[in-house]
Design a protein around this ligand. Structure first.
Ligand code: PHE
Length: 445
C-alpha cells in the first residue's frame, strides 16, 4: 500500500480546513440567507448553532477521521460495516453539492472578467445582466467547466502539494480583501442601519423554517455532515491538538461570514437597497454598490470576485477530495482515475443545475435541479449526516477511545470533554431531529 499522505505542517492543515469551510457558503449564501430570514434573529440562532453544534461536530469529524486514518466511508466501515451507509451518504452529499457549487463558482470566475470588461459602467443594467447571464443555456456552462478544471488540477496533484499550497496562499488574501471592502462599506453614510439589520435580533422573525435555515447554514458553511472534515482529519498527525484546530477553523469560518455580512449590508442600506435580494445578492448588489462608489469601484469589485472565486475553489476542492478519497481508499482507484471519473459526473450534474435556471431540463416537485441539489444537501442531507455521525461517535464508539484520540492519549488537555460528549451523545442528535422535522413541516405548509 502507498504511504498515506500527511499534512506538511500544522498551519497548512488549518489553512486547508479553513479553506474548505470558508467559501460560497460564507460570502454568497450567508448574506442572502440572512437577508431572506429576517437578519439579526437568524444570525443569532446561526451563531448559537455554530458554537454548540458546529464546533462539536467538527471536533467529532476530526476525531473519527484521525482515529482510523481513513476517509469518510472507511472511518465508519472499519468500525462497523452496518455504518457504511453513513459514510456513503456523505459521499452522495459531496456529489450533490458538487452538482451546483461549480455553477456558482463559474459565475464568480466569470464576474472577475465581466467587471474588468466594464460591467460597472452602466449600473442600471447590472441586475438584468445577471439574469440574462445565468439563464443563458451555454455561456455559464463554459465558465463552470473552466472552474471545474481548476479543481481537477489541484486535486489531481494530491493532498499536501495541491490543496495545502492553494490554501496557504489564497486564504490570507481573501481575508484582506474582505476587510478592505467592509471598511469601505462602513464609512458610507447610513451604514449603521445595515449593522442593525444584521445584529439586532427581531425575535418575532424566528420560526421553524428560519431555525432550520440557520442549522443548515451552520453545517454547510463549516463543511460538516458529509465526511469532509473526517477526510481532512484522517490526514492529520497524531500529535496535533484537535480541539484547538476545530476551534480555530470554526472561529475563522464564522469571522468570514460575519465579515461578508458587514461588507454587504451597511453598504446596501446606505444605498437604500432591499436586504432580501435572494441568490443574486452578491452578483447584483455588490457590483451595483461598487459602481456607485466612483473611480475605485471597479478595482474593489475585481478584488471581490477574485476573493469569491478563490474561496469557492478551496471549498470545492475539499468536496471533490471526499469523493476522490472514497474511490481511492474503498474502490482502489488511482488518484488520477478517481479525479477524472468523479469530476465528469459532477460536470453532468452541473449542466442540469445550470440549465434549470433557464427553465430547461427535468423538474422535481416543480423545482429545477439547481434548487433541488441545494435544498436536499443544505437543509436535509448535511444535518442528517451530522446527526448520524454524532450517534455513531456517542453510541457506537467507546468513550475512552474518543478521549484517548482527542487528548492524544492524555498529553493534550480538554477540560470540557464531558460537556462535548454529552452534546454529541444526546443533545445534538435530538436538537437536529427536532429542528429538521419542525422546519420541514413548516417549510412545506
Ligand atoms: N463550507 C463550504 C462553503 O462554505 C461548502 C462545503 C460544504 C464544503 C460541505 C465542503 C463540504 O462554501
Amino acid at each position: 500500500m502507498e504511504k498515506r499522505e500527511n499534512w506538511g505542517s500544522k498551519i497548512g492543515f488549518i489553512m486547508a480546513a479553513a479553506g474548505s469551510a470558508v467559501g460560497l457558503g460564507n460570502i454568497w449564501k450567508f448574506p442572502f440567507t440572512a437577508g431572506d430570514n429576517g437578519g439579526g434573529a437568524f444570525v443569532l440562532v446561526y451563531l448559537i448553532f455554530v458554537a454548540l453544534i458546529g464546533f462539536s461536530v467538527m471536533l467529532t469529524e476530526f476525531t473519527v477521521g484521525r482515529r482510523k486514518q481513513l476517509a469518510a466511508v472507511g472511518a465508519f466501515k472499519s468500525v462497523d460495516r452496518r455504518w457504511t451507509f453513513a459514510g456513503v451518504l456523505g459521499v452522495l452529499s459531496g456529489f450533490l453539492i458538487m452538482g451546483f457549487y461549480p455553477v456558482v463558482g463559474g459565475w464568480a470566475l466569470a464576474y472577475v472578467f465581466k467587471v474588468m470588461g466594464g460591467l460597472l459602467n452602466n449600473p442600471a443594467t447590472i441586475g438584468d445582466a445577471f439574469g440574462t447571464f445565468i439563464t443563458n443555456p451555454t455561456i455559464p456552462l463554459i465558465w463552470m467547466v473552466l472552474y471545474l478544471i481548476l479543481n481537477i488540477v489541484i486535486v489531481a496533484k494530491g493532498v499536501s502539494s495541491g490543496i495545502e499550497k492553494a490554501g496557504k496562499i489564497l486564504m490570507p488574501l481573501l481575508f484582506c480583501i474582505l476587510i478592505v471592502i467592509a471598511i469601505k462599506g462602513l464609512t458610507l453614510p447610513g451604514a449603521m442601519e445595515g449593522m442593525e439589520f444584521l445584529f439586532k435580533p427581531d425575535f418575532s422573525k424566528i420560526n421553524g423554517s428560519v431555525v432550520l435555515a440557520a442549522l443548515g447554514q451552520a453545517f454547510f458553511s463549516l463543511s460538516l455532515g458529509m465526511g469532509c472534515m473526517i477526510t481532512y482529519g484522517s490526514y492529520l498527525s497524531k500529535k496535533e491538538n484537535l480541539v484547538q484546530n476545530a476551534a480555530i477553523v470554526t472561529a475563522m469560518d464564522t469571522a468570514v461570514a460575519l465579515l461578508a455580512g458587514i461588507a454587504m449590508f451597511p453598504a446596501m442600506f446606505a444605498f437604500g437597497m432591499e436586504p432580501a435580494a435572494g441568490p443574486g445578492l452578491v452578483f447584483v448588489v455588490v457590483p451595483t454598490l461598487f459602481a456607485e462608489m466612483g473611480a475605485m469601484g471597479p478595482m474593489f469589485a475585481v478584488m471581490f470576485f477574485i476573493a469569491l472565486t478563490v474561496a469557492a475553489l478551496t471549498s470545492s476542492v475539499s468536496l471533490l477530495e471526499v469523493v476522490v478519497a472514497f474511490l481511492i481508499d474503498e474502490k482502489k482507484f488511482t488518484r488520477k482515475k478517481a479525479v477524472f471519473s468523479s469530476a465528469s459526473i459532477m460536470a453532468l450534474l452541473c449542466v442540469l443545475a445550470s440549465l434549470s435556471l433557464g427553465g430547461i431540463g427535468p423538474k422535481l416537485f416543480g423545482t429545477g435541479a439547481f434548487d433541488v441539489f441545494d435544498l436536499l444537501t443544505d437543509k436535509i442531507f448535511l444535518a442528517i449526516g451530522g446527526m448520524l455521525l454524532c450517534i455513531f461517535a456517542g453510541w457506537r464508539l467507546k468513550k475512552e477511545d474518543l478521549y484517548d484520540e482527542i487528548t492524544s492519549n492524555g498529553t493534550v488537555k480538554f477540560n470540557l470533554f464531558g460537556l462535548w460528549y454529552a452534546l454529541v451523545k444526546f443533545i445534538i442528535p435530538i436538537t437536529i431531529l427536532i429542528v429538521a422535522v419542525n422546519g420541514i413541516r413548516q417549510g412545506f405548509e
